[in-house]
Design a protein around this ligand. Structure first.
Ligand code: SAM
Length: 212
């Protein structure tokens, strides 16, 4: 029912340069965004915009998910940590990118969103995502180190626990600022870190010990 709209959105994301690589394109083709959208908003599933998912939170716009996936250069078999499960959509896309040999751990501060996110992932048959409830600004130490870590909400600065839980080599992507923030990529290699600024964006705040 939504296949045509999904394809049109993906063509748009490709033409605008948000999707750059074949694996990211395939992941977007595979994951049905409508399965992660509340019933009353389903008709907007393929509009390139954030949408309400309850608790004052949003599912990110598809172009932002694409930008983050491309920036992280995710490979098959990697272990990933997502901070901010929300609807579970972004985790489902990343789960496609890491494949059956990889694993996505995602942590959400709202129990109700974590429960719904888990249900959404189960409904689409996604089996390589583990959803936890807690303060993701402290990371998820039990499964560290992670090849990639990304935060789907705006942090005041790079949370130190996330830097510590990142594998060497590894990449950490965090929107830094208040609501209006800058997507910031930290690369760790041979004990050294380098930081790259990828441009402005808008996110709900990271709330927690290392958040706002
Ligand atoms: N990735 C989500 C998706 O695909 O629907 C979108 C995430 S939404 C933009 C940001 C999420 O981060 C919200 O669900 C919010 O509750 C969560 N969040 C904020 N602070 C958090 C924290 N300290 N730990 C875990 N989750 C947090």
């Amino acid at each position: 029912m939504y296949e045509d709209e999904r394809e049109r959105l993906i063509i748009n994301l490709l033409q605008n340069g948000y999707i750059k690589t074949e694996p990211v394109k395939q992941a977007f083709l595979t994951v049905p965004r409508e399965a992660f959208i509340p019933d009353f908003l389903k008709t907007y599933s393929y509009v390139d915009t954030p949408l309400d998912i309850g608790q004052g939170q949003t599912i990110s716009a598809p172009h932002m998910v694409a930008i983050m996936c491309e920036a992280l250069d995710i490979k098959k078999g990697q272990k990933i940590l997502e901070v901010g499960t929300g609807s579970g959509y972004h985790a489902a896309i990343v789960a496609q990118l890491v494949g059956e040999t990889g694993k996505v751990y995602t942590i959400e501060r709202f129990e109700s969103l974590a429960k719904k996110g888990k249900e959404n992932l189960k409904q689409i048959g996604c089996t390589n995502v583990i959803v936890e409830v807690g303060d993701g600004s402290c990371g998820l130490p039990s499964y560290q180190p992670y090849d990639r870590i990304y935060v789907t909400c705006a942090a005041p600065c790079m949370p130190q626990p996330l830097i510590d839980q990142l594998h060497d080599p590894g990449k950490l992507l965090v929107p830094i600022g208040d609501m209006y923030c800058e997507l910031t990529l930290l690369e760790k290699e041979k004990g050294k870190t380098a930081v790259h600024h990828l441009g402005g964006c808008v996110f709900v705040p990271l709330v927690g010990k290392y958040g706002h």
